[in-house]
Design a protein around this ligand. Structure first.
Ligand SMILES: [Mn+2]
Length: 352
């Protein structure tokens, strides 16, 4: 990562000290990094600064992350009026793990944009909407928003480079977010990432417990759905693009919950000839699209060109709208095959 600027750290320190009504915001369909960074910020502000921040997230957190100690998170899709009121009353908004307010979800996006509060971005995605934030910590050469937040908090005067001064609940949340965004140290690992892991372990974080909760506490439905998808739905095209489409009917039949397909998109990339893997899951009115790629093929550009999305070079996401883009799961499969053909033939589009 690049060096954090002292002027930015001082500004954040001052904003956190002054603020009385802080709202912490992260992206919709939150993953471990979204929840981990938000919960870590919450515990830091409570325990080190004596604040009472509100955490507003569009959707409930995945069950595998629910072990993080996080009482009182407001779920905006279930209480849009409450979320909007909190945001309207805020004097400071801290946005974590997204690059644009639209990623916070429809329930709160406009309220966030309209708010006159001071706004801070702490994120690791490409192309941040920096103009929407008074203070912007944006770093892409880093594992996760949780890691970026870790390095920022370590510079705060009340932590002063000593990870043992972080509340253990915050340290645990940061380790969790970094662990899930690196796919348990399989990708996006930088020297700074291992320094963070080392310092947090030394500070008493129980990594074994995190691994048990995050990777070894699933329902059997998830494992059976994985088997079904790999056996019956995986298609590998000659151009090296693999894809799986999970329809709404299949999701209902197998009783697959939100968050239980997390990580499925990575599995086809373990096959040598697969250059890029695409996973689609039908949601209300659209397919949720996840893209992962090997170096040399840009998941970010594929998601941006064909799925109204983006993210990181090797990990991105987007949507296919029903019926504007595709009619159903079969249409989505055809759409991917055509998009993959155009994309993989075009070297200037494909390469990163
Ligand atoms: Mn992230």
């Amino acid at each position: 990562m690049t060096t954090l600027r002292k002027a930015d750290i001082d500004k954040l320190d001052e904003l956190l000290g002054r603020a009385e009504r802080i709202v912490i915001s992260t992206h919709l369909h939150p993953d471990g990094d979204a929840v981990g960074s938000a919960v870590a910020m919450m515990h830091y502000l409570e325990e080190k600064r004596g604040k009472a921040p509100a955490v507003v997230i569009n959707d409930p957190m995945p069950e595998s992350i629910a072990f993080l100690d996080c009482p009182g998170i407001l779920i905006a899709s279930q209480d849009a009026a409450g979320a909007t009121a909190l945001i309207a009353a805020a004097d400071l908004i801290v946005s974590l793990d997204y690059n644009d307010f639209s990623r916070a979800g429809d329930a709160v996006c406009e309220a966030l944009r309209a708010s006159g509060a001071a706004k801070v971005l702490i994120d690791h995605h490409l192309n941040p909407s920096a103009g929407d934030f008074g203070l912007c910590f944006s770093e892409t050469e880093i594992s996760s928003a949780s890691e970026l937040l870790y390095h920022i908090l370590m510079k705060m005067p009340d932590v002063d480079g000593d990870a043992s001064r972080l509340p253990l609940s915050a340290a645990t949340a940061l380790m969790t977010g970094m662990t899930t965004d690196t796919n348990n140290f399989a990708n996006s690992v930088f020297p700074s990432t291992l320094e963070m892991a080392s310092a947090l372990l030394a500070a008493g974080v129980d990594r074994d417990a995190i691994i048990m909760h995050v990777y070894n506490s699933f329902r059997e439905n998830r494992v059976k759905a994985m088997g079904y998808l790999l056996d019956r739905k995986l298609r590998i095209l000659d151009n090296g693009v693999a894809y799986m489409v999970l329809s709404g009917g299949e999701t209902a039949d197998m009783d697959i919950r939100d968050g239980e397909t997390e990580g499925f998109v990575n599995i086809p990339l373990t096959i040598g000839r697969v250059k890029m893997s695409v996973f689609l899951r039908q949601d209300d009115g659209y397919f949720r699209v996840s893209v992962r790629s090997r170096r040399g093929t840009s998941a970010n550009r594929f998601a941006a060109a064909f799925f109204h999305g983006g993210g990181h070079e090797q990990a991105a996401g987007g949507r296919l709208y029903i019926p504007d883009d595709v009619a159903d799961a079969d249409g989505a499969a055809l759409y991917i095959e055509r998009a993959a053909a155009r994309f993989m033939e075009n070297d200037s589009l494909r390469n990163n």
